[in-house]
Design a protein. Structure first.
Length: 402
């Protein structure tokens, strides 16, 4: 229309020459304008393509690293810390359903204090997720709405402007939710551009399910089926890991060898079912006196063994005495039978020299032997007592204090 109007105006000029010249100039101006607009569109498309390519590369790098992780603690750390940097997020939180308390226990064994990470929330049930998603796997994306989003971003004072709350779900089972927030109002828009987010969460869900299954299998193979504490196989693996860690940090580590007194007579007098009840009750009672990251295992028969990282000689003796008193005050009842039991405990401590001059296997043998020798002394000295097996040094003989 505009072009036709210009052509009409030019036709009204008196000179055909001037009309043709003016028309040529106008056509050139229109061509330049159109080329400029086209160039702008092309540049915009290239910028968008470069941005998409960069985003895709970030997603791929994040996912590759995620797939390489083999522990729940490292996976959570990667999601909460690295995802925030990878994708330029202002706020992120991870909710995991832990209705049986197993996730908290797994993280405790990996010395990962969930309660100190405000952005990680372990849910006792699935009610919040059901209320938000109603069984759907469709994420909520868009503006921050308090009635929907408050529960997922309670750990931050400055609430995000736009959010993506995505359920983690596998085989019709809620695993939790990954919650992303931005102070940019247009970062997460309702039903727009959610492909990358949904793809990311699908990968996170699969990895989370696999790691939880792996941890469950590992725990099952490392748990004593009667008492519910770790078994000897688990202890033998963990002691190497803990010794390596304390050698790197130059921190002490203590070992307690615990043995029920006169356990054979308990079985002979009350029967093996009562004996099983005693072992179960004692194992649970010992565990209450230890930290989540301490290693407690049933070593064999009526023997238990505990590994206390970062605990020196005197503190280990205090803990051992506290355990002894706890067991002594137990009133164990089963099938109309009531009885009390006592423990004898041997303690020993390893002090690394900071040079890692000894192999963990060598120190492990020395440490367990020192604690076991102290336990033997406790038995010889009348039972129901704690004896100190002394300090184990790198490449030095044991110095016993009894």
């Amino acid at each position: 229309m505009v072009f036709c109007q210009k052509l009409l105006a030019l036709s009204q000029l008196q000179s055909p020459f001037y009309a043709a010249a003016a028309l040529g100039i106008t056509l050139e101006e229109d061509l330049i304008t159109n080329l400029s607009v086209l160039q702008s569109h092309v540049e915009s498309m290239f910028d968008r393509a470069r941005l998409n390519d960069s985003t895709l590369r970030k997603f791929q790098a994040f996912e590759i690293r995620l797939l390489q992780l083999n522990s729940l603690a490292s996976m959570i750390t990667h999601i909460l810390d690295d995802a925030k940097k990878y994708f330029d997020l202002d706020v992120i939180s991870l909710f995991l359903v832990d209705d049986k308390g197993e996730i908290g226990e797994i993280l405790g064994q990996d010395v990962f204090e969930a309660k100190h990470r405000e952005s990680l929330v372990l849910l006792n049930d699935k009610e919040l997720l059901k209320a938000t998603f109603g069984g759907s796997v469709r994420p909520y994306t868009g503006a921050y709405k308090e009635q929907i989003c408050e529960g997922y971003f309670a750990h931050v004072d400055l609430k995000p402007s736009s959010v993506a709350i995505i359920p983690l779900k596998r085989r019709d089972n809620y695993l939790g939710a990954l919650n992303l927030g931005s102070y940019q109002a247009d970062r997460f828009v309702d039903n727009i551009g959610t492909y990358f987010v949904e793809h990311l969460v699908a990968i996170v869900s699969v990895c989370l399910e696999n790691i939880l299954n792996f941890e469950t299998i590992k725990r099952t193979s490392f748990i004593d089926t009667l008492t519910g504490v770790n078994n000897r196989r688990c202890f033998e693996q963990r002691i190497g890991e803990e010794l390596d860690r304390c050698q790197r940090s130059a921190e002490p580590i203590s070992c307690l060898f615990l043995d029920l007194d006169h356990f054979k007579s308990i079985n002979d007098t009350y029967g093996h079912l009562f004996g099983d009840k005693v072992l179960t009750t004692v194992g649970a009672a010992i565990k209450t006196q230890l930290r989540n990251n301490d290693v407690l295992a049933r070593y064999g028969g009526e023997e238990f063994i505990a590994l206390l990282s970062g605990i020196n000689e005197l503190k280990a003796l205090e803990i051992a005495e506290r355990i002894r008193k706890t067991i002594q005050t137990l009133a164990i009842e089963f099938d109309g039978i009531s009885a009390s039991v006592t423990l004898s405990i041997g303690s020993a401590t390893y002090l690394p020299d900071g040079k890692q001059t000894s192999m963990a296997s060598e120190i492990s043998t020395k440490l367990i032997k020192a604690a076991d020798t102290a336990l033997y002394v406790a038995k010889e000295n009348g039972r129901n007592r704690v004896e100190n097996g002394g300090i184990v040094f790198d490449n030095k003989p044991i110095t016993a204090v009894v």
